[in-house]
Design a binder for this molecule. Structure first.
Ligand code: NAP
Length: 295
């Protein structure tokens, strides 16, 4: 039987509707929700990303401001800008767009964001609090992957979850989330011997590597839930011989969909949910700042 396709775009629409009503409530009772993005350097991809952020924020009632700093800005000036935003009570969320120029240490910048305003959940304080099952704000992509697993309807408790890819911001937080939900978890990475041996045992298989086609039918147990976090742009030739680009995940969808119980497509799976989680984190950050002030 073919897998159920987990429609991230549809789920994201539901999340955005809830966020819109939470933002309206917050604005009425406590003041606006305001997200500030810091972009260092004139990177066209960063600009495009910021335009998309602005449009989504506006649609959900979140105020949005983009602060652009020059390519050669000193690290101490970026940190000073973050300190200023941390101290501004009208700013409820902060994002620093990656990548940063080479002379700026991204970890230093992420450390500096107030964990209550860190809407991407990238401050090590927030990632560390996952160990306590109590992040103030969790990393968006990990939240999105977990939401997709929940949407599949499978029982996480007691399931064997295998996470391929163990980056600090994506793979490891997903691993920790699933441990917290009492799955039995195997973490695979670049040094894993015989990847298929491990992935074949997974009731829940999450792949977050960045290698198109890494996971094929031979890696998947029939009936598994497969969450493809990977986003890769590959070159393809159209039937009329033209070269073009296509976005694919890390899982060979055509091979795996016929044997899995549920699968996320790329595009249209974890990606749109990650953006929805960013918006949810943005309103939750504002709510948590009120709770912190009142406690
Ligand atoms: P990353 O920092 O490059 O981490 C990739 C991880 O995969 C590392 O742990 C790496 O191990 C491991 N790895 C590399 N080759 C492997 C192999 N052959 N077998 C098993 N593991 C291997 O990337 P990331 O930021 O976690 O992102 C992973 C993918 O998710 C990318 O395609 C990215 O574009 C995508 N992504 C998607 C979303 C979304 O919203 N859907 C959001 C963020 C990222 P080592 O560190 O030991 O090399």
């Amino acid at each position: 039987m073919a897998a159920r396709i987990l429609d991230g775009a549809a789920l994201a629409t539901e999340v955005r509707a809830r966020v819109t009503s939470d933002v309206a409530y917050h604005t009425t009772h406590h003041g606006p929700v305001k997200l500030v993005a810091v972009l260092v350097g004139a990177d066209p991809a960063g600009q495009l990303y910021a335009d998309r952020q602005r449009s989504l924020c506006v649609k959900t009632g979140v105020q949005y401001e983009l602060i652009e700093l020059p390519d050669d800005v000193a690290q101490r000036d970026v940190l000073a800008e973050i300190d200023r935003l941390n101290g501004d009570p009208l700013v409820t969320g902060i994002i620093v767009q990656m990548p940063l120029p080479h002379h700026i240490d991204p970890a230093m910048v992420q450390w500096r964001i107030d964990p209550y305003k860190d809407v991407e959940g990238v401050n090590p304080a927030n990632i560390g609090l996952l160990f306590y099952h109590a992040p103030i704000i969790a990393p968006c992509t990990a939240l999105a992957a977990i939401e997709m697993i929940h949407a599949s309807g499978c029982e996480i408790r007691g399931a064997h979850a295998v996470i391929v890819g163990q980056s600090r911001i994506v793979g490891k937080p997903i691993t920790m989330f699933l441990l917290n939900e009492e799955a039995t978890v195997t973490g695979c990475h670049v040094a894993t011997r015989d990847l298929a041996y491990h992935t074949k045992q997974a009731d829940i298989l999450v792949v977050a590597v960045g290698k198109p086609g890494l996971i094929g039918a031979q890696h998947v147990k029939p009936g598994a839930v497969v969450i493809d976090v990977g986003i890769n742009s590959i070159r393809v030739t159209t039937p009329d011989g033209k070269e073009t680009r296509k976005t694919v995940g890390d899982v060979n969808f055509d091979e795996v969909a016929p044997i899995a119980a549920a699968i996320t497509p790329v595009p249209g799976g974890v990606g749109p949910m990650t953006v929805a989680m960013l918006l949810r984190n943005t309103v939750q950050a504002a709510q948590k700042q009120i709770a912190r002030r009142e406690s």
